[in-house]
Design a protein around this ligand. Structure first.
Ligand code: ARG
Length: 603
């Protein structure tokens, strides 16, 4: 009796009007029901389901048998002879579902599932009709902060900030696609003691500060260097600079104005990078949280967490050999005071469930300490993976070809804008070399150069596991062969041109045509398409964009194989195969979108 109820719930789950989304989760759901029937006395056995390696015994595999067998045996149960018998029982108890074509048990009880071709075709066709957004992952949270990019005012915006910008934007995009409300936060360093010397130097150079325009200050990094020089060389200046910090923080108008002016110049420089990369960010810099710091520290102090140590006020944390300094010995606040307060603000004022910080791995300890303090204070649950939750997304260094920290040319500073412009001009040169300017408009050349150039920089960064260092190399990233954005963008354009060449109205085909997956290579491609949702979810929840890159690259490889073995235009299967082309192009475009890459439609 219970069984038929389950069968019903499964068939409604995968019925016509329901969107497919995460296939792995649907399969896991089926196994969950089977496990309940197989071992009704075992509460909440989590189904362990994984996609199988292509060409193996099935499409998905359930790996519960072995673990379950030892668990039962441990309890003295003799219900099963061995893991394979558990596997057999799990298979036998699988409810009826149109998703599954056949099952088998292999080795020590692995239950292999072959998806039904009919169900696969139908699901892809539904996506073609209803749009790719129906394949968006469903996450359990409503709102998240992604704290990324976050350069420092008047200091160099370096390749580390570029990595943060690229990785953070992709994470934000994946979350947004999954219907999470994302607060894209630029936590700019706009409130350090460096402002004392900058402001004093500004007053010295321009006694009539009201009349100074931004261009007069010129290169802010040179300006920073010069004021640092003054600070180090002249003790009288140093004293004035220290007083300036106090006057600025006290809110004195002349000082606030000078500060605002310096910030505005930096912001212009940052925006020229964001504009090129089409990255949106909302600036809520360190200064924003400043007014909240005293009460947050007071709260922690009242909880008995803050102690006096060598004149400073600190929080001692188990497992760390240094304490977290929350008030410096001179009474000033620091990076940690601001981050604790920003965390408090995000949790309490912005009611965010997941806060994600994207910085180089060098800052890992800082974040671990801040998170730990928040847990002790009871702001965050102590259990991992429970919400509200914080995550530090660390990344490695960008290296030059010499294997050292990346620098452009001989100057010590990397101007990010120059770097991006070079990527664009190099890809433009390639287009011109191929004489694209003969039949493309100037605008088309420019847009394609931009899409390819900036896309190459982004993809070269994102395709690596972010924790590893990566070597910045224009020739490599702009290569049209191999795992590069150029290759992928061209692959997409080629699919679009196949569809165009067919002369068919693909929008019309979506409504009337039938897609089927008869040929082996059609099926492999179709299965890969159907895995899109589970992959995005995996990349997003594990904060690993490289998983999505790998998926995209394999998609393109699967398409190539299909295209070389299955004739599309003029074949008996033309309609079905054009639909498969279109579905591939749609999924590719969504991948590009999530990676912040602009697709191109012709090459
Ligand atoms: N401004 C810092 C830096 O350039 C990054 C800030 C990261 N965000 C944060 N909430 N601490 O290294």
């Amino acid at each position: 009796l219970a069984f038929s109820a389950r069968t019903e719930s499964i068939s409604t789950m995968a019925n016509d009007e329901e969107n497919v989304g995460n296939v792995k989760r649907l399969i896991a759901k089926v196994f969950e029901l089977s496990l309940q029937a197989t071992v009704p006395d075992e509460a909440d056995v989590e189904p362990i389901v994984a996609a199988s390696t292509v060409g193996r015994f099935g499409d998905y595999q359930c790996n519960n048998a072995m673990g379950l067998f030892s668990k039962l045996k441990g309890k003295g149960s003799g219900q099963f002879k061995g893991p394979p018998a558990v596997g057999q029982a799990i298979m036998k108890n699988l409810p009826q579902t149109e998703m599954i074509e056949s099952c088998s048990v292999a080795g020590p009880g692995f239950v292999n599932v072959v998806l039904s071709n009919k169900w696969m075709s139908k699901s892809i066709q539904k996506m073609l009709r209803d749009g790719i957004d129906t394949w968006a992952p469903k996450l359990s949270i409503k709102r998240a902060v992604v704290d990324f990019s976050s350069p420092n005012i008047a200091k160099e915006m370096h390749v580390g900030h570029l990595r943060s910008t690229i990785i953070g934007d992709t994470i934000a995009r994946m979350l947004e696609f999954s219907h999470v409300d994302v607060l894209r936060r630029n936590h700019v360093g706009d409130w350090g003691t460096q402002f004392g010397m900058l402001i004093e130097h500004l007053f010295e150079k321009f006694p009539n500060i009201e009349a100074v325009n931004e261009t007069a200050i010129g290169d802010l990094q040179a300006f920073y260097k010069a004021s640092k020089q003054r600070f180090d060389d002249d003790s009288e200046f140093k004293e004035r600079a220290q007083k300036a910090v106090v006057r600025l923080q006290g809110g004195e108008k002349r000082y606030r104005d000078a500060w605002a002016q310096i910030c505005a110049i930096s912001r212009r420089e940052f925006d020229s990078v964001y504009g090129r990369l089409k990255v949106e960010l909302e600036e809520k810099g360190e200064s924003f949280y400043n007014p909240f710091i005293p009460s947050v520290i007071e709260g922690l102090t009242n909880q008995g967490l803050v102690e006096e140590s060598e004149g400073a006020r600190v929080i001692f944390l188990e497992g760390f050999n240094i304490p977290l300094i929350v008030v410096k010995s001179d009474g000033g606040y620091n990076y940690a005071s601001t981050d604790l307060t920003a965390l408090w603000y995000r949790l309490n004022e912005e009611k965010v469930e997941w806060i994600i910080y994207v910085t180089d791995v060098g800052q890992q300890q800082h974040f671990e300490m801040v998170f730990k303090a928040a847990k002790i204070a009871g702001w965050l649950p102590t259990e991992a993976n429970k919400y509200p939750r914080t995550s530090h997304v660390g990344f490695g260094l960008v290296l030059g070809e010499d294997g050292k920290r990346f620098r452009t040319r001989s100057t010590e500073v990397v101007r990010l804008v120059d770097l991006l412009d070079e990527a664009k001009s190099r890809s433009k040169a390639v287009l011109e070399e191929r004489e694209k300017d003969k039949d493309w408009t100037k605008e088309e050349i420019d847009q394609t150069a931009e899409a390819v150039g900036y896309g190459a920089v982004k993809y070269a960064d994102l395709k690596n596991n972010r924790l590893t260092n990566y070597t910045f190399n224009f020739d490599q990233m702009l290569n049209d062969k191999g795992n590069t954005a150029v290759y992928l963008l061209y692959a997409h354009a080629r699919i679009c041109s196949i569809i165009r060449k067919s002369g068919k109205d693909v929008e019309e085909l979506k409504k009337t045509g039938i897609l089927s997956l008869e040929h082996q290579d059609e099926r492999v491609l179709g299965l890969h398409l159907l895995r899109f949702s589970e992959i995005v979810e995996e990349a997003c929840t594990n904060l690993l964009p490289n998983i999505l890159c790998e998926y995209l690259y394999n998609l393109s490889e699967n398409f190539s194989k299909f295209y070389s073995n299955c004739q599309v235009i003029g074949s008996a299967e033309e309609t079905s195969r054009l639909l498969l082309c279109e579905a591939t192009a749609m999924v590719m475009r969504k991948c590009f979108f999530l990676l912040g890459i602009t697709p191109v439609y012709k090459i």
